[in-house]
Write a protein that binds this ligand. Structure first.
Ligand code: KIV
Length: 263
């Protein structure tokens, strides 16, 4: 099984880390066999599997159901699982949710969305041995507050807030940071100044790791694909070849290009 220590070593060596989402055993097995470093059971399942317009309807039971399936397909990738909307509104609730995700679904890392207000929650989880990935930038659980899926951190004030949040969450004990839809320059500054590995999606090429939604790289997400994503199936002919091409492109630095990043 992959572990956080391996990810820290990859960051230290300057080697890129790969991550894709999966929601079932068959895709998990394909990703694992292809050599992916991290599999994320994202609450994006609310959109790409359940057909909802947002991730908000996803429940802890949904996350457990899909994570159990993914776990059955895994031999070596690290399993990261999203804490869904409203399942971590205080440290006690966060502990209960994370414990279920770890006990019942074999999560190795739990991911939660939000800034400095999560410091006490992350400290509590870390105290009890629960590794956390903090998610900043475009946080889809805040979609109505953010008024849509739009790039975050473009103004100086916003960029500074995201940077300060990142430092505070690392200091609280976060083991990983995920940055979604932020300008490449901001992601570069955060990645350079954080000791923990930084995973980017729509955050430019300098992040330590890249994640995409599996259904986006296979071109099967309903509706318009996000501009930061790429359909790897179109050029590669089979699902396995598309997954391998994504891994190779991240490892050799050809993905994401400037056309998949924001200024
Ligand atoms: O839910 C998800 O799949 C995610 C990714 C978009 C990073 O959080």
């Amino acid at each position: 099984m992959n572990c956080l220590n391996n990810l820290r070593q990859l960051k230290a060596k300057g080697e890129k880390i790969t991550c894709l989402t999966a929601y079932d055993a068959s895709f998990a097995q394909l990703l694992d066999n292809a050599g992916i470093d991290i599999i994320l059971v994202g609450d994006s399942l609310g959109m790409v599997i359940q057909g909802n317009e947002t991730t908000l309807p996803v429940t802890v039971d949904d996350m457990i159901y899909h994570s159990q399936q993914v776990h059955r397909g895994l031999k070596r990738a690290l399993l990261m699982v999203d804490m869904p909307f409203m399942s971590y509104t205080n440290p006690k609730m966060a502990l209960e949710t994370a414990a279920r995700l770890m006990r019942e679904a074999n999560a190795q890392v739990v991911k939660l969305e939000g800034g400095v207000w999560l410091v006490d929650t992350i400290k509590q989880l870390a105290t009890y041995g629960i590794p956390v990935c903090a998610h900043l930038g475009l946080t889809p659980q805040f979609i109505h507050k953010l008024s849509g899926y739009r790039i975050q951190g473009r103004s100086e004030i916003e960029a500074e807030r995201i940077y300060e949040d990142a430092l505070a969450l690392q200091a609280a004990g976060a083991e990983l940071l995920l940055l979604e839809c932020v300008p490449s320059k901001l992601a570069e500054k955060i990645t350079a100044n954080l000791e923990i590995p930084v995973i980017g999606i729509g955050a430019g090429s300098t992040c330590d790791a890249q994640v995409l939604v599996l259904y986006d790289i296979l071109g099967i997400t309903p509706g318009k694909a996000p501009s930061f994503s790429k359909n790897f199936l179109a050029e590669n002919g089979s699902i396995s070849a598309a997954i391998t091409a994504f891994i190779e492109a991240v490892k050799n630095g050809t993905f994401p290009g400037t056309e998949h990043s924001f200024k």
